[in-house]
Design a protein around this ligand. Structure first.
Ligand code: B12
Ligand SMILES: *[C@@H]1O[C@H](CO)[C@@H](O)[C@H](O)[C@H]1NC(C)=O
Ligand SMILES: *[C@@H]1O[C@H](CO)[C@@H](O)[C@H](O)[C@H]1NC(C)=O
Ligand SMILES: *[C@@H]1O[C@H](CO)[C@@H](O)[C@H](O)[C@H]1NC(C)=O
Ligand SMILES: *[C@@H]1O[C@H](CO)[C@@H](O)[C@H](O)[C@H]1NC(C)=O
Length: 417
């Protein structure tokens, strides 16, 4: 009997041990640190006076500890002088957090965002999940600046989220978790229990949905949502029933970094905090030490990859079955490009061969978006965009990053989200 009790106790001890262990043994092993430094340097070096001033990059470099102080300064000044009228609520939220992480006063940006969020309502009662991504960023930023004034805004947001039934999106769920966790942690003492139970309930709901997206290999959603999901799962006051093996996820991401999947600076900005044990909730606590440059240990160069001069053929279809009855089209072209070219080169070559394939792009934080093909343009009000597919599977990278293989069938399909 006593033996059995002891056995049970040791079992309990073992499980308790492993659950804390999964959290703490989750940091990047020191042998792999140069790999992480390598992508951080890549991200920081993407900052130039002509590049898109990306607040997510400033947040990531400040959370990680910046190496390139010139880039840090340049980006800080670019963001300080950005015109508030050109920014969406999500971009304002990111810019406020970015300036805060550089120990700068975001000035009137906070009150402007506050006013905009007081008037916020979802575009429709059943808006698509990603419509909550920008508002989550806004609430996260406002929560860090003035949580008490943000309370009514966050309550309305949480209730809308709870009522929404559109398909779940991991990136958005993660950002909403960060925003509502910030609010949850700052509920004023002595206020009604209602706040705690509302935020708690929504957090429980979202975190459960994020856990459902944890794959056997550790990836949460897809590789580009994993960084944000890791942040969410590591801060939430409402852990899910399904256990999360953080080490497995970290190892998988390190592997993907080795495969070169994180070269887009924005993809690095979204994964780096998690690899450094940081989250967006740490932004107000960043300490800005006096300028002294630290040199990172970098990975030994693997040398240039296999360069093959041969060409590949890509089958490229543009399909619009949505807009302008007399404008419907479904055209296919075979394009020959140098092996290893990104998809953008295929689009350029198609356009050169046949004017019907002409296209336009817009610059964003993730790089170039294909905004128009054959005069049919994406439209936020109609929720239309050009979706890119390989066969029938949507691509998980944009045209400037994705590298097609020989005889791949790429389709640009005009569709709705
Ligand atoms: C919302 C959203 C969209 C919306 C954007 C429009 C809108 N009105 O909301 C729509 C549905 C159009 C969209 C399209 C695509 N998206 Co998207 N999108 C997002 C999401 C969930 C949030 C973006 C956001 O609101 N950011 C907040 C605001 C404040 O920041 P912002 O810089 O102003 O945001 C703009 C850019 O993010 C841009 N954008 C959105 N998606 C993409 C994708 C690429 C490749 C580029 C260059 C720009 C871009 O649109 C935003 C609004 O203008 C992110 C998730 C994430 N982790 O970032 C994925 C995300 C950025 N998208 C992604 C992808 C893959 C795509 C598509 C390529 C999918 C496809 N197969 O076609 C297409 C773009 C195709 C094209 N025509 O070039 C990936 C990018 C991964 C990568 N390594 O490149 C992400 C990270 C999702 C993921 N986890 O995989 N997207
Ligand atoms: C468009 O063309 C492709 C390739 O020729 C074909 O497989 C597809 O069925 C067509 N789609 C429509 C809607 O006509
Ligand atoms: C395009 O390539 C496909 C497969 O590689 C081939 O079957 C088709 O005949 C080609 N079409 C043209 C117009 O060259
Ligand atoms: C090879 O691809 C390039 C574009 O990358 C193109 O200009 C050239 O014509 C192609 N060569 C052949 C033989 O098709
Ligand atoms: C292309 O878009 C149309 C219009 O939204 C949609 O009906 C169709 O299913 C899409 N095709 C693919 C392959 O996703």
């Amino acid at each position: 009997m006593a033996w059995f009790a002891l056995y049970l106790l040791s079992l309990l001890w073992a499980t308790a041990g492993t659950s804390t262990q999964t959290q703490s043994s989750c940091s990047v092993p020191s042998a792999q640190e140069p790999l992480v430094n390598g992508i951080q340097v890549l991200m920081e070096n993407s900052v130039t006076s002509s590049a898109y001033p990306n607040p997510s990059i400033l947040i990531a470099m400040n959370l990680a500890g910046a190496y390139n102080l010139k880039a840090q300064k340049l980006l800080t000044y670019q963001l300080m002088s950005s015109d508030n009228n050109d920014l969406t609520i999500g971009q304002l939220g990111l810019t406020i957090m970015a300036l805060t992480s550089s120990c700068r006063d975001p000035g009137d940006k906070v009150s402007i965002l506050q006013r905009q969020m007081e008037n916020w309502a979802p575009s429709s009662p059943n808006a698509e999940a990603s419509a909550f991504y920008g508002p989550s960023l806004a609430i996260l930023a406002l929560c860090q600046k003035n949580s008490e004034a943000t309370l009514p805004i966050a309550v309305r947001f949480a209730k809308t989220l709870l009522a929404n039934s559109s398909p779940f999106n991991v990136d958005t769920g993660a950002m909403a978790t960060l925003a509502l966790t910030c609010m949850y942690n700052k509920i004023p003492v002595g206020s009604e229990e209602g706040y705690r139970s509302l935020f708690g309930q929504v957090l429980k709901d979202i975190v459960e949905k994020i856990s459902m997206k944890i794959k056997d290999n550790g990836i949460i959603g897809d590789i580009y949502s994993t960084g944000l999901a890791m942040q969410a799962l590591s801060v939430t006051p409402e852990p899910s029933k399904k256990e999360w093996n953080c080490k497995k996820t970290t190892d998988m991401i390190l592997n993907e970094i080795k495969q070169g999947k994180f070269h887009n600076p924005m993809s690095i900005a979204q994964i780096l905090p998690s690899l450094k044990g940081k989250t967006y909730l740490d932004v107000p606590q960043v300490t800005c030490s006096p300028d002294h440059e630290v040199q990172p240990t970098l990975p030994s160069n693997p040398g240039p990859g296999p360069t093959s001069a041969s060409n590949i053929t890509v089958i490229y279809t543009i399909n619009n079955q949505l807009r302008g009855v007399e404008l419907l089209f479904n055209e296919t072209i075979n394009v020959s490009v140098k092996s290893g070219s990104v998809l953008l080169v295929v689009l350029e070559e198609a356009q050169r061969k046949n004017p019907m394939f002409k296209f336009e792009t817009t610059m964003t934080s993730w790089g170039l978006v294909v905004s128009s093909i054959n005069n049919i343009a994406e439209n936020v009000n109609h929720k239309t965009y050009w979706q890119f597919l390989s066969g029938v599977t949507p691509l998980n990278e944009g045209v400037a990053d994705y590298i097609p293989f020989n005889h791949e069938h790429i389709t640009a399909n005009f569709t709705q989200y």
